[in-house]
Design a protein around this ligand. Structure first.
Ligand SMILES: Cc1ncc(COP(=O)(O)O)c(C=O)c1O
Length: 403
């Protein structure tokens, strides 16, 4: 099928919720995607932060081949061997003892909000602790609960009324957090680096104050690590950057929501939680048909193993700071305002609209995207090397000189 006929077919029968770029994907290898006309693109977006090992990673392909001969789905009424093993690995990297598996980021956030409410309600505040604080600029997903914690009006307004009790703190503003915090707050949810919000890291001070306030009042701190977690910033979790020196268990969040890269492209998410949060939770109180199936869990185990064995956290830090330095060189151009981010979660703030720049970069064979109108966002696979980054910077400079 040609791009034109795919386009027409989708226009007729697919809900128009996405503004796609004109690429008809055929195959991928490493950090590259190849379209039906054999044009190659360097993928600096990784399917919006999903394909951290690039495409067709030989170890993932090998495990998939083996696993595909086994039952693809096993209901949560039966056992299979991989869910417990993956949950134990997630405990090893997070320090949070218990896991609930989901199928997407939004479902992880929904679960985290529900578990946080049970935790807060079972403490000394009882059912009064119904409020949730989130941050200006946050994005936590599109389902009603996750959307209620999502800040920008364009996502929320068409669907009002949303879940009651959600309130927004000015981004990274400790005083505003203190002002809005009260005994009836049951949870604070934050992204250590806001993704859709334009790659904006929160400060150590903000994280630590949110941790102190929630701990002291028996509320839960939820870290949404769906985009910034699992190696993206050169640490397993982005919030680790905010921990005090010699951090203890108590300094970690009570719940962590993850998804995107967890099973290397197979839809999967998880809510990680401390034992105290898991304590009041009994069979039947929450569930999901597909969550924690054998295929996703087996691939998830391999993804974490590859990240560890190929030292991709170190790579993300090293190549990420190289990429950032190269982006900073572009600050001399009039169209460029700021380069920011951590590890391989990077952005360039422009003084002009970013979408036309993205479209011209695609023509030139590079996939990036834009958020907040003027921000170019980069979430390349963690396996990316410096050489393709150099080629990209040259192309980007040429585009921005014209902008
Ligand atoms: C921080 C964050 N939370 C939640 C979500 C929602 O994830 P999903 O699209 O898998 O539902 C996203 C998606 O971009 C995200 O970046």
């Amino acid at each position: 099928m040609s791009l034109k006929s795919v386009h027409e077919l989708e226009a007729e029968h697919l809900l128009g919720t996405y503004n796609r770029y004109d690429i008809l994907v055929d195959r991928g290898r490493g950090p590259y995607l190849i379209d039906r006309s054999n044009k190659r693109y360097l993928d600096l977006l990784s399917g919006i932060g999903v394909n951290v090992l690039g495409y067709n990673h030989p170890r993932i392909v090998r495990v998939l081949r083996k696993q595909i001969k086994r039952p693809l789905h096993v209901s949560n009424l039966l056992y299979h061997e991989h869910a417990g093993r993956l949950a134990r690995r997630l405990y090893a990297i997070s320090g949070l003892e218990k896991t609930f598996f989901t199928n997407s980021g939004a479902e992880s956030v929904e679960g985290a909000l529900k578990f946080a409410r049970l935790f807060a309600n079972s403490g000394r505040g009882g059912a009064r602790k119904h409020r949730v604080l989130a941050l200006d600029g946050s994005f936590h997903g599109r389902t009603m609960g996750a959307l209620s914690a999502t800040h920008p009006a364009r996502y929320r307004d068409p669907f009002e009324p949303l879940v009651p009790g959600f309130d927004f703190v000015r981004f990274d503003d400790v005083e505003d957090l203190e002002r809005r915090f009260s005994e009836d707050v049951g949870a604070v949810i934050l992204e250590a680096v806001q993704g859709e919000g334009g790659v904006r890291p929160i400060s150590d001070a903000f994280y630590r104050r949110a941790r102190e306030l929630t701990r002291a009042s028996g509320a839960a701190l939820i870290a949404d690590e769906i985009q910034c977690g699992l190696g993206r910033t050169g640490r397993w979790f982005a919030f680790e950057r905010c921990l005090p020196p010699g951090a203890a268990y108590a300094d970690r969040p009570d719940l962590i929501a993850i998804a995107k890269p967890l099973a290397g492209g197979i839809p999967m998410g998880a809510v990680l939680m401390k034992a105290a949060v898991a304590d009041p939770i009994r069979a039947g109180i929450h569930g999901t048909t597909f969550g924690g199936g054998p295929l996703a869990c087996r691939i998830g185990l391999e993804v974490l193993k590859v990240i560890e064995e190929e030292r991709l956290l170190d790579r993300a830090r090293e190549v990420g700071s190289y990429f950032k330095r190269r982006l900073e060189e572009l600050l001399v151009l009039p169209a460029v305002r700021e380069a920011r981010g951590d590890g391989l979660m990077l952005a360039l703030e422009l003084g002009v609209a970013a979408r036309p720049v993205v479209e011209r970069l695609i023509q030139a064979g590079f996939i990036a995207n834009s958020t907040r109108d003027t921000v170019l966002r980069f979430l390349p696979p963690l396996i990316i090397q410096k050489k393709p980054i150099d080629k990209f910077i040259a192309a980007l400079r040429a585009e921005l000189e014209k902008a």
